[in-house]
Design a protein around this ligand. Sequence first.
Ligand code: AMP
Ligand code: MN
Ligand code: MN
Ligand code: MN
Length: 280
Amino acid sequence: MNIDLHSHSCQSDGVLAPAEVAARARANGVDWWALTDHDETSGLAQAAQAAGQLGMGFIPGIEISATFCQKTVHIVGLGIQADHPALQAGLADIRRSRFARAHQLDALLADCGIEHAYAGALQYVDNPDLISRVHFARHLLQAGHVKSLQQAFDRYLGEGKRAFVPTRWALLEDAVAWILAAGGKAVIAHPGRYKYTPQQHDALFSAFKDLGGQAIEVVTGSHTPAQYQRYARLARQYGFQASRGSDFHAPGTGRVDLGAMPPLPDGLTPVWADWIQESP
Ligand code: AMP
Ligand code: MN
Ligand code: MN
Ligand code: MN
């Protein structure tokens, strides 16, 4: 079975509507799918309905921006009851931080000679409740300030670059607690992508385990094949379940399309084992 439990729609920083992501997943042969927009659940109802019409299994998800050791870490929640009040209150706080950051970003870009970037980014925002660095990157590209989205991050938006705004997101413990309170499983997203020291990396895994976090992503569009093996070993070592997800954002961008990854390495317990035994 093809199971893809990490993807984005235009309700966060993707470009397709939730129903369009569903259709693309199905066309790519996905049997079970999760939409996991950043800090936002407003796409889940449309996603669930579209998946149902396509005969595809659906798991409601979220990707929460959190801060651990002063760096951003993404925690995916799977199987959440999206309307849980503590979860919704936490997500609303994060979305407010995103708008505060966007105004700071506008000022830093102005210092770099790029005026009115906030207004420019807004042109790419579909969901009036959520703004992302990706919306700024699309504007910088379209306005000719950079030659690619990657260059927008490398020159301006990436960590430590000229227009980077360090932001305090949710505490790791709060992000995990909201997901568990909403009946979901907490999953460390793309663990190979963080620039933690080895000690901080261990501390993240240990703290996450102690908080009740259940799983890590092993096969993701953000990992190399060597990282599939490394995180498979770490999942076994820490007793984490394993997840698989493309982290799809838009056609033609990113390393992999929906469903287009190898299966999980052997000897792991899939995060979906409790939910999925057969085709939908
Ligand atoms: P934000 O959550 O607004 O800080 O934006 C983070 C998002 O930017 C990630 O989820 C990716 O979609 C995207 N992103 C981060 N780093 C890069 C990069 N170097 N190149 C392209 N996209 C990136
Ligand atoms: Mn993203
Ligand atoms: Mn992420
Ligand atoms: Mn993601």
